[in-house]
Design a protein around this ligand. Structure first.
Ligand SMILES: C[S@@+](CC[C@H](N)C(=O)[O-])C[C@H]1O[C@@H](n2cnc3c(N)ncnc32)[C@H](O)[C@@H]1O
Length: 240
């Protein structure tokens, strides 16, 4: 079977909810760039999945809507809301159009590990610009383009990984991981770092910050080979 985000949604929700150090690290790295108190702020969480980041934003007091094109992911997000209400709301929508989101209706857009899934980055950045108020913020993470390029792998020496082999950084486009236990078996759009930056600048965003976070102790305990490399690239930027 060819996997999609919808077909792996049950697996993904289970993985996130049983405590994935990497997903929690990615969430926390992103949340660190937003105010602790989000009362009075309207937020769109683009590519929300089962709602890991969306719930955290709502718990800071933000008026949050999470969108995702996978109906099954949104089903999991809504089910979590039934069990323990955070105040987050959800809609099935595509990050390339954001058809359910009104123009100029949010102060913040967050996108945790999702812009690397949209098929048309220019369309997604344009849609984000449309829904943000002037001077509104976009904060996003993507798997680090330099180290998570298609089919990058660990160079093993017995049990001791000795580094990362990256073969095809410049070849942009859709690729699918052969790892049956990895989320990228659902597919992933590889783009170079400069493609992300250029798309933002062309759309009139001002880049205010970037980070390549050092994996925290929990991530390293789970995946020791990751100790020397940043798993994510984070960019925070502002609409004109
Ligand atoms: C790695 S998951 C991240 C989910 C969530 N943000 C988190 O941190 O747990 C990537 C998400 O991107 C979503 N996605 C795929 N294509 C998308 C698109 N065109 N627009 C918005 N989101 C998309 C997937 O359905 C999936 O839920």
């Amino acid at each position: 079977m060819t996997e999609t985000w919808d077909t792996i949604a049950d697996w993904y929700a289970e993985r996130v909810r049983t405590g994935s150090a990497m997903h929690e690290f990615a969430r926390d790295v992103l949340l660190d760039r937003l105010p602790a108190d989000l009362r009075g702020q309207r937020i769109l969480d683009l590519g929300c999945g089962e709602g890991l980041i969306t719930r955290a934003l709502a718990s800071r007091g933000g008026a949050v809507v999470g969108i995702d094109p996978s109906p099954r992911m949104i089903g999991h997000a809504r089910a979590a809301e039934q069990t323990s209400a955070s105040g987050a709301r959800y809609a099935v929508d595509d990050g390339c159009s954001l058809a359910t989101v009104a123009t100029g209706s949010v102060e913040w857009v967050t996108a945790g590990l999702s812009l690397n899934n949209v098929p048309d980055l220019t369309a997604a950045v344009s849609a984000v610009q449309r829904v943000l108020v002037p001077k509104g913020h976009l904060v996003f993470t993507v798997p680090h383009p330099c180290f998570e390029a298609p089919h990058a792998r660990w160079l093993d020496d017995g049990d001791q990984p000795r580094g990362r082999v990256v073969g095809t950084y410049l070849a942009e486009g859709f690729w699918r991981s052969a790892n049956p236990d990895g989320a990228r078996r659902a597919g992933n759009q590889h783009r170079t770092l400069s493609t992300y930056v250029t798309a933002l600048v062309k759309q009139g965003f001002t880049i205010e910050g970037a980070a390549e976070p050092t994996p925290d102790a929990r991530v390293v305990a789970e995946q020791p080979q990751r100790a020397g490399l940043p798993p994510f690239l984070l960019i925070s930027c502002r609409r004109s």
